[in-house]
Design a protein around this ligand. Structure first.
Ligand SMILES: Cc1cc2nc3c(=O)[nH]c(=O)nc-3n(C[C@H](O)[C@H](O)[C@H](O)COP(=O)(O)O)c2cc1C
Length: 215
């Protein structure tokens, strides 16, 4: 059994999402001492490049998929794409912790998403031209932190400036990949330090410990 832990905050011990994810992992390790945990600290590791070559290969591979040709092999930047998809596929369970940055996600997490979300590799197209995510049968535990408080629903136009594209985008992109069992711990609002925040973090850690026992 392998858990892939994707950590999207660069703030280390100051990160609330990482603190709660670590509480989750401490309990998970205690419950499952023989399980492997692969840690991907996205800001402290190299990710394969995905620029002009990769983007052109992506579009080429989509045409191949739609026209029934064999997929692209592991050449150039596409090699990095396939390696990251393999890494994700090698996991039986996925834990993702992420901050909200500018109502969405940090760019390093978007970089990883732009690598692993690929029609013709991690998402296939069927005869009805429907997208079928290939990363199935794995639970995803998300731990998402934000400075302000957001309701857990689809964003509304009336949300004005405070619109949550973080949760809804991550939920959407992982469903596109094939995930259906998506669990969420929201750490919010983290903006103002003080006893209220300490209490909220302690509650989130307890929730994480409980969730880890059922993961
Ligand atoms: C670059 C940056 C952008 C941010 N943008 C938002 C935002 O749009 N909305 C919000 O509620 N909080 C925002 N915040 C606050 C963070 O979401 C908050 O500090 C959260 O705890 C970060 O997660 P972490 O503690 O795991 O790093 C931002 C923080 C940073 C550093």
């Amino acid at each position: 059994m392998k858990v892939l832990y994707i950590e999207a905050s660069p703030r280390g011990e100051y990160s609330y999402s990482s603190q709660v994810a670590n509480a989750f992992l401490d309990t998970y390790r205690a419950e499952n001492p023989d399980h492997e945990i692969e840690h991907m600290p996205l800001f402290d590791m190299d990710l394969p490049a995905f620029a002009a070559e990769g983007a052109n290969q992506k579009m080429d591979n989509i045409i191949k998929q739609f026209t029934g040709q064999p997929p692209l092999g592991a050449e150039g930047e596409w090699g990095g794409v396939l390696a990251e998809i393999d890494r994700l596929k090698s996991a039986d369970k996925v834990l993702l912790s992420s901050p909200m940055w500018n109502y969405s996600i940090p760019y390093r997490l978007k970089h990883w998403i732009d690598l692993v979300v690929q029609v013709g590799a991690s998402v296939m197209v069927n005869e009805n031209r429907e997208y079928i995510g290939q990363i199935t049968g794995r639970p995803l535990q998300m731990v998402l932190a934000s400075g302000s408080l957001y309701e857990e629903r689809f964003p509304l136009e009336t949300d004005g400036m405070k619109t949550d594209f973080q949760r809804i985008y991550l939920d959407h992109i992982f469903r596109f990949l094939g995930f259906t069992d998506i669990r969420l711990i929201k750490v919010q609002p983290t903006g103002l330090p003080g006893p209220h925040l300490d209490e909220a973090i302690a509650k989130c850690k307890a929730e994480a410990e409980d969730s880890a026992k059922k993961f």
